[in-house]
Design a protein around this ligand. Structure first.
Ligand code: DQA
Length: 152
C-alpha cells in the first residue's frame, strides 16, 4: 500500500464525553473535550495528519456523521463512550467506514469492569484496528501513532 500524503483522521466521541472536565476526575481527569480535541489536533499536525472532530450524545446524529465521512477519511479514532458496551448500530456504521479505526477509552475500562462488568464489553472492538484504554489523553496520541504506522 502506498502512503497517504496527509491523512484525514476523524476524532469521534460519543455520549457524555462533551461533559469531560465535569465527570469523575479519578477516571477522566480534569481536562475538557475542547482541551482534548486541541491536543489531538496538535499531535496530528506534528505527524502530518489532519484531524476533524465530532461529538454527539445522539445516536442518530452520530450515525449520520459516520455515514457522511464514510469513504472520505483515511482513519478514525473513536471513543464511543457508553455505546461501546451495547450499541450494535455504531459497530455496523464503523464497520462500513471504509477506513481503519482505533477504539480509545480515557479510563481503564478493564480495571473498572471488576466492579462494573458492562465496562468490560466492547461491541466495536472486533472491527477496530486496535484498542487503547486507561492512558488518558496519551491514549489518543498512541492511537495516532497506530494509524500512522498502519497508513505508511
Ligand atoms: C469511556 C468508558 C465508558 O465505559 C464510559 O461509558 C464513558 C467513557 C472512557 O473514555 O473511559 O463514557 O469510554
Amino acid at each position: 500500500m502506498s502512503a497517504v500524503a496527509q491523512p484525514r483522521i476523524a476524532l469521534l466521541h460519543g455520549p457524555n464525553l462533551g461533559m469531560l472536565g465535569r465527570r469523575p476526575s479519578q477516571h477522566y481527569g480534569t481536562f475538557t473535550l475542547f482541551d482534548l480535541e486541541r491536543m489531538v489536533r496538535e499531535w496530528g499536525a506534528e505527524r502530518g495528519m489532519r484531524v476533524g472532530c465530532f461529538q454527539s450524545d445522539h445516536e442518530g446524529a452520530f450515525l449520520e456523521h459516520v455515514h457522511g465521512i464514510t469513504g472520505i477519511v483515511d482513519g478514525a479514532i473513536v471513543n464511543p463512550g457508553a455505546w461501546t458496551h451495547y450499541q450494535w448500530s455504531i459497530r455496523d456504521a464503523l464497520e462500513s467506514l471504509g477506513a481503519p479505526f482505533v477504539e480509545v477509552h480515557i479510563s481503564d475500562v478493564e480495571e473498572r469492569a471488576k466492579a462494573e462488568p458492562h465496562r468490560g464489553v466492547s461491541v466495536v472492538r472486533e472491527k477496530a484496528l486496535a484498542a487503547v484504554w486507561g492512558k488518558g489523553p496519551d491514549g489518543y496520541r498512541e492511537a495516532l501513532d497506530i494509524l500512522r504506522e498502519h497508513l505508511s
